[in-house]
Every structure is written in C-alpha cells, then in structure tokens.
Design a protein around this ligand. Structure first.
Ligand code: HEM
Length: 528
C-alpha cells in the first residue's frame, strides 16, 4: 500500500510550516506526559486489575515486548522505508534483525509489523475480533465526506459494517450457475465483445492499442451493469470522466503519504486533498444523476430486489436493523462500483506480463483452443475455470506478483501476537508481500511462472497464498476479480496474439496493483 512515502510540498508559506511543527511538538509532548502518567497508573493499578480482569486480559501482562529499530526525533522510524522500491521489502529485511514481530514508530503512529503465515493468521483469523479496525488517516476521512466510517474498506468494525458485508455478499459471491453467476457471465461477454471490437479497429487501422482505457471502460461497464443494471455506450464522455475519477482515487489510496503519520505535513497536501474531495463529489453527482435517478423514490418494499442498488434501497426504506442512512448506502454503492478500477488495473498488468511471455500465451491458447474445438459455444465462459487450469493459474501467478499488501489493520483491543504485546490503537502492517515473494516459499519467486500453481494436472493453491487477505475484513471483491480476469484473459487469448510496442520491454511494477493513467500501448494481431 505504501509504495512511496511522498513528502509533497506546495507553495505554502514557511510560517504555516513552523506553526504546524510547533503544534505537533506540543501534541507529542502531551502524548509523552500522558504516557508517563499512564505508566504510573498502570503500575499501581496492575495488581487490582489482575484480580478484576478475566483470563484473556490477564495474560497480556506476561506478554513479551516487541523490539524494533531506534526511533528518530519526530519521524520515529519512517526512515526505514527509505531507498526501497517496494516498502514492504524493508519489513522483510528488518524481520531478519528483529524477528517476525517487531515494532515501528511511524511518526505519531505506533505500529507493529507482522511476518510469517502463522502470525498473519493469528491476526486475521484466530484473533480477527482483536484486530478488526482500520487506520484513521485524515485522507481516508476526506474521501468519504469527512467520515471514513462511510467507507467499506477503511471503516472500523461495527454492526453496520457487518450488515453492509452481508448485504453485499449475495451479489459479490454468486454461487456457481446461480442466476447472478449467469448474469455476471453474460454481462462480461457482452462487454468483452465491445473491447474486442475496439482492438480489431486498431488492428485494421494499423495502430497499436492504448490498452488501459479500453480495459477500464469494459470493467467499469461490467460493474455498473451487474450491480446497478445500468451501462453506458462506448465513448460516453461523462461515463469516461467517472471512470477517470475512480482511477485517480484508486491510484491515490495505493500511495503512501508521510502526512498520514506526521499530521503537521497535511497543510502541504491541501491542494491534493481538495482534488480528492472534488473527484469524490463528482462521482456522487454522476451516480445520483445517471445511475440512481428516481429509483429510490419509486421503489416499493414489497418488491424482490434484483440488483445491489435495490437491496440497499430496500434496507434503507424498510428501516431494517441496524438502520443505514441512504447517504451511507450510497457510499457503499460507490465503493463497490469503484472496485472495477482494481480489476482493471490488475488486468492491465496481467496483459503486460503475457505480452512479454510468448510461452505463457501459447499455453493458454492451446488450452482454450482444445476446449472450444470440442463444443459449439465459442467464447470462454466463467464456468470454464475448472477446465482451463493453466489460464486460471496465470491469473493466480499475476496476483502473486502484483497484489498489494493487505490494507493495514488496527488493534481494536489490547491483545498479543505470537505472545508479543499489542496495545489498542496500534497499527498492524501485515507483510503479505513476503508471503508472495519469499525464496523459502517459492522457487525463483521473481519469475512469472503460472505452472507453479499446477500439480498433477490440478490447480494448487498453497496455504500461504492469500492475495485477498483472510477473515472478517477479507476482500469483498475477490470472486468477481477471479471471474472477470479469467474471462477477459481467456477470450483475449482466443482472439489475439499480444506483443509489446516494437518489442520493447515493459517494467511492470510489482507489489502494487495501481498503474499510471496510460502506461503502455500494446500490439495486437488477430489469430486465425
Ligand atoms: C486484484 C484485485 C484485488 C485485490 C488483490 C484485493 C485485495 C484486497 C485485500 C488484500 C484486502 C484487505 C483484506 C484484509 O484486510 O484482510 C481487500 C479488502 C477489500 N476489498 Fe479487495 N482486492 C481486489 C479487488 C477488489 C474489488 C474488485 C472489490 C469490489 C468489488 C474489492 C472490495 C474490497 C473491500 C470492500 C475490502 C474491505 C473489506 C473490509 O474491510 O471489510 N476488492 N482487498
């Protein structure tokens, strides 16, 4: 998530900087005093508390204390990320010195880094209830109208979040060959066809293809049509602007900002923050005008919801428990429609990987051709996933290389990880990158090799492969990611050979999903 610790300075005057700096010092000083007082009280009260608390709380007193690198004045340990192309590599290196669980003071934010599958499982699954909050970065609040609790991914755990997840799961995790599953398949094929037509037009006019905008438009339409029964014709400029806004926000939330940890730097980001707010307001405006329309007013609660919008409207209008305001429901809808940006950015990377790997293309094509030659249906369907093992393994391999580290968690109560004490409010970095790239877990991990996910002709998913997290805060979009990327990749390979422009090498950034606005053009040729 924290690809680069950006310290962006605008043209603000120096006195703002000094004022903010002094304010931060005062905050830190207060914090230190408070910590001293707390320590004294804790010491005096410990005996009493041991009598009053239950078994679980008591065992924290015997907990080990995690160590970590020496902190610097103000910035704490923020400097440990310096010089790393992928910040999570720093965590793997530090684990060699301080062990699998170590602590970092990230500016004003106390943090623990968790390495190793068993420890990660302890956080995500066995003690999921202890670590189910998310960081309270100002940026997250700004994206959601001043309150990150409006967000599906950045909110703390609550009954509302549980309900939002439950309500979404019927749409996001359609059962194989259910109505929703078939609907998602049909919608995907319809928009794949338009994507393929656009590529063919480029081929006919002898041009290479700017792949990202086409993929974004296809994925955007699949998501709006599936979740809201509304799609937009190719080239609709307002819809394209909506997709651009989502993509810019997706890029932003995938960047790390030192200001998340050093609040006195926030004024230097004010321009950027304003833009974030503007993009999210524009998104809201488009959705209300062009997607919701009069559906809220005209909905009658005796109807059976047909899509996600109708499930949301139904819950709000019936005042089901826990009650959710229409405004909050709209944020959930935006979050889910915005999920298309994650799949699209991912697919752009998948396609760049295979454009540079002719053998992988040949293997997918052979597998796809074999299947399609045997039947009358000439498209790759989502239901073919268990028949096209190599194609599926290619998606998994790309996920291994680029899936971003798990969104940080925050301890919602005092707890322990592997016996190390963790206080309420501590930020938890989960080093998923290490699980994907460790030489102890994978042979030649830097190599793009789909076959590593196949054993005896069957798909093999090792336990340490968790690109979508795990437990109560796990990814709500993972099934749709798997479905859509499989179908687009399989059908592209059925129709085209893909190369880079002039055979040039493309460096695909690893350890993060987000790609820049228009990263590369690719050369498509029609297969016979
Ligand atoms: C390749 C694409 C994607 C990857 C690699 C990915 C990965 C992740 C990861 C690692 C998490 C954090 C899990 C945790 O904290 O334990 C997450 C959370 C989440 N993802 Fe995804 N994701 C992808 C696409 C999507 C899509 C398409 C959607 C929407 C349809 C989506 C919706 C969410 C939501 C709502 C959460 C937060 C859940 C919560 O906090 O309760 N994701 N994702």
């Amino acid at each position: 998530m924290y690809n680069s610790m950006l310290l962006l300075f605008s043209s603000n005057t120096i006195y703002i900087m000094i004022t903010c700096f002094i304010l931060t010092l005062i905050l830190l000083a207060n914090e230190l005093n408070f910590t001293q007082i707390k320590k004294k009280m804790l010491f005096r009260g410990r005996h009493m508390m041991e009598i009053q608390l239950g078994h679980n709380e008591k065992k924290n007193f015997g907990a080990k204390q995690a160590t970590g690198p020496k902190r610097k004045f103000i910035i704490g340990n923020l400097d440990v990320l310096d010089g790393y192309e992928i910040p999570y590599m720093a965590f793997s290196d530090l684990a060699q010195k301080y062990g699998n669980i170590f602590k970092l003071q990230m500016g004003t934010v106390p943090s623990i880094v968790v390495n190793g599958l068993e420890n990660i499982r302890e956080v995500l699954i066995h003690k999921g209830d202890h670590f189910d909050s998310r960081p309270g970065f100002k940026r997250y609040h700004m994206l959601f109208d001043g309150n990150k609790e409006n967000s599906l991914a950045f909110c703390d755990w609550s009954d509302v979040q549980k309900t939002r997840r439950d309500m979404l799961s019927t749409h996001a995790f359609p059962r194989k060959f259910s109505m929703s599953f078939n609907r998602f398949n049909d919608i995907t094929l319809e928009h794949y066809q338009m994507l393929s037509d656009d590529i063919r037009r480029d081929i006919i006019s002898g041009k290479t293809t700017a792949i990202k905008p086409l993929i974004v438009e296809a994925c955007g339409n699949v998501f709006t049509q599936y979740f809201t029964t509304r799609s937009f014709e190719r080239g609709n400029t307002k819809f394209q602007q909506l997709l651009k806004n989502f993509d810019k926000i997706f890029w932003e939330v995938n960047q790390g900002y030192a200001a998340d940890f050093l609040p006195f730097l926030l004024p230097f980001h004010s321009k950027r923050m304003k833009k974030l707010e503007q993009w999210s307001h524009e998104i809201r405006h488009f959705i209300v005008e062009n997607i919701i329309g009069d559906r809220y007013e005209t909905w009658t609660v005796s109807n059976e919801p047909n899509d996600y919008i109708e499930s949301l409207i139904d819950h709000v209008k019936q005042k089901l428990q826990p009650t959710i305001e229409w405004d909050t429901a709209l944020f959930a809808l935006e979050d889910i429609i915005g999920g298309h940006a994650a799949v699209a950015n991912f697919l752009v990377k998948v396609i760049a990987f295979i454009a540079q790997n002719k053998e992988v293309q040949k293997n997918i094509q052979a597998e796809v051709d074999n299947l399609l030659n045997e039947r009358s249906e000439k498209s790759v369907l989502i239901g073919d996933r268990n028949k096209l093992i190599y194609t599926e393994a290619t998606v998994m391999e790309a996920l291994r290389l680029v899936s971003s580290p798990i969104v940080p968690h925050v301890a919602s109560q005092d707890s322990t990880i592997d016996g190390f004490e963790v206080k309420t409010g501590t930020l938890i970095f989960i080093n998923n990158y290490d699980l994907n790239m460790s030489t102890k877990l994978w042979e030649a991990p830097e190599k793009f090799e789909p076959k590593r996910f196949i054993s005896n002709g069957r798909l093999l998913k090792p336990d340490h492969f968790i690109p979508f997290g795990n437990g109560k805060r796990s990814c709500m979009g993972y099934k749709l990611v798997q479905f859509l990327s499989f179908a687009i990749l399989g059908n592209l390979m059925k129709d085209f050979d893909i190369s880079t422009e002039n055979g040039e090498e493309i460096k695909v950034p690893l350890g993060s999903l987000a790609v820049t606005e228009n990263p590369y053009r690719l050369a498509f040729t029609l297969r016979n």
